[in-house]
Design a protein around this ligand. Sequence first.
Ligand code: 13P
Length: 340
Amino acid sequence: MNTNDLATVACAMAPAGRGILAADESTGTIKKRFDSINLESTEDNRRAYRDLLFTTEGVEEFISGVILFDETLRQKALDGTPFPKLLKSKGIVPGIKPDKGAKPLAGFPGELVTEGLDGLRERLEEYHDLGAQFAKWRAVITIGDGIPTSFCLDANAHALARYAALCQETGLVPIVEPEVLMDGDHTIERCEEVTTTTLERLFFALHEHRVVLEGTVLKPNMVISGKGCPRQASAEEIAEATVRCFRRTVPAAVPGIVFLSGGQSPEEATVNLNAMNAMYDDLPWELSFSYGRALQEPVLKAWKGEVANVPAAQKAYYHRAKLNGAARYGKYTPEMEGAA
Ligand code: 13P
């Protein structure tokens, strides 16, 4: 695939008014989500849940892409249509999570590095053949006493850049996701400092690995107070700090920035995205969403694993997607919450 084709797909992943659903929970993570509704994590239940999400009528008005896990990319809707084909028929770009998860970084207590580079070229080629048009790799950066270390930031930036270069060679748009965790009692200032350094190191590595930025999408955390910090920053402060950080670190050639929700509640994730789009109309990149938990929490609660609840669960998903679609224009209001 040439650079223009990659850039076209990257733009299609963050168009006006729409964003990405992260439905790429690994088998271990989806088990945790199902535990919360007392549902056994069987392959059938996982398929039924993803079917519910992907067949929600009209949601493509607000959802431009979906990230899938290996198992889901190979599964089919009830009528026999493979999920990637079903999504494409609705104008939704299918993507894949090819990383093997964040593992302890040897010699660096409390820090993680994402594995999965071995055999990645071959896996990406297969995913491309199965219909994926983009991929996502998540690196995890922890804030704590004396961490993150410079070494950890570089190890993760290097892995993200090697992954991104392999994606582009295969014709897949890489989503690069360096997530600075909101776990901890750190201030928003500390989060800004760490996120700034993380992104500086990442874009340096992407440049060194000859990654084409026009065909790359960034999936970062918002700059936000740690969960345990006594002073929680307002949406306006989060918007200001996040945009300031990106202006300093993210080249204008990157077409889209799609946030992870990272443990924010569905409402918080929408309010904070909305604040950024309401306060700034002169940014070089689209500011959008690629939420997992913040889109799916209300869906799981409504579904509870019961066939009879599928319509209610689809309604909850459509509603949350619509609210985030409004936040893409800075036009969300809390009154819209109750209007499902
Ligand atoms: P959350 O929005 O739940 O953080 O998930 C997004 C994601 O894809 C993490 O890799």
